[in-house]
Design a binder for this molecule. Structure first.
Ligand code: MN
Length: 205
């Protein structure tokens, strides 16, 4: 999944529509969760990011990736709001674009990516097991990411809240949102079941 320059837009940021229907990920992710997650949670990150950037025309001209990596250039009084909400916009854009209906033939990596996964984790099954274990271990709110560096080295990384790996030069290949808001309506406290089912709708290509 390439993080195309411009995928995230610029100020004022707008809520991108889902690239599939709200019920398209049933039964693994339910329609009601998709409405809350996309229309409420994701929309709120966008709204709050725009509000946080409102007083700063010099930041409004920058692409999101650059804003998030200009940490020292961010106004101290707005830094936390910009990073939290900007990270939320970045992560959710990738997350929703990284899902597809279970019926589509995109849920298995192939070619170079499959070879790399097998090289770094032994097998695709073993990778899924390690990734799922890592996602189960996120304490509180956060994400689990399969990240690639510029040389194609793969690693499984847990991040907190709405942090991103962007400024460390790491590209998310897949990412699991393990905030409770991503699964609580359907799965309640059973995060492991959500993680297990999410594999059915994660796109690798
Ligand atoms: Mn989320």
């Amino acid at each position: 999944m390439a993080t195309n320059f411009g995928l995230f837009g610029t100020y004022p940021f707008t809520l991108p529509p889902l690239p599939y229907a709200y019920n398209a990920l049933e039964p693994f992710i339910d329609e009601e969760t998709m409405h809350y997650h996309h229309d409420k949670h994701f929309a709120t990150y966008i709204k709050n990011l725009n509000e946080a950037l409102k007083p700063y025309p010099f930041l409004q001209r920058l692409p999101l990736e650059q804003i998030l990596c200009s940490v020292r250039g961010l106004p101290p009084e707005s830094r936390t709001a910009i990073l939290n909400n900007g990270g939320g916009v970045y992560n959710h854009t990738l997350f929703f674009n990284g899902l597809a209906p279970a019926s589509e033939d995109v849920h298995m990596p192939e070619g170079e990516l499959l070879e790399a996964i097998e090289g770094f984790f032994g097998s695709f099954e073993n990778f899924k097991e390690e990734f799922s274990k890592s996602a189960a271990e996120v304490f509180g709110s956060g994400w689990t990411v399969l990240a690639s560096d510029q040389f194609g080295n793969l690693s499984i990384i847990n991040i907190k809240d709405q942090e991103t790996l962007l400024c460390e030069g790491l590209e998310p290949v897949i990412l699991f949102d393990v905030w409770e808001h991503a699964y609580y309506l359907k799965y309640k406290n059973e995060r492991a079941d959500y993680i297990k089912n999410l594999w059915n709708v994660i796109r690798f290509r």
